[in-house]
Design a protein around this ligand. Structure first.
Ligand SMILES: [Zn+2]
Length: 109
């Protein structure tokens, strides 16, 4: 039994790529909506909330983009710091994860 069967892995990656691409399209549409809907309410609080939302959407597009790039170049699912394979469960919870859990927690520490 080989759980690292490349065929299975390829199929999983293809599914992931499809869902990331869909997420990318959704976030891009959202960003376009947000940037077009710059309703000038004259309320600085609303303007701040709006720009925070735009920034969050941009970050999420960037993360999706990065994941798609790593799928394309074959480095997806490998920790960028210590080069271990990131557990599938973590990738399922966080598809754009760039680091394994220990490296990620060191980043915050
Ligand atoms: Zn790591």
């Amino acid at each position: 039994m080989n759980i690292d069967d490349p065929a299975v892995d390829q199929r999983r990656l293809a599914d992931l790529r499809a869902s990331l691409t869909a997420g990318y399209a959704a976030q891009s549409a959202r960003l376009r909506e947000l940037t077009e809907l710059t309703a000038d309410t004259g309320d600085p609080g609303a303007a701040y909330g709006h720009s925070a939302l735009v920034a969050a959407t941009r970050t999420s597009i960037e993360q999706i983009n990065g994941a798609l790039r790593r799928i394309a170049d074959g480095s997806y699912g490998v920790c960028e710091k210590c080069a271990v394979r990131i557990p599938v469960a973590r990738l399922e919870a966080l598809p754009h994860a760039r680091f394994c859990v220990p490296c990620q927690s060191k980043q915050h520490g």
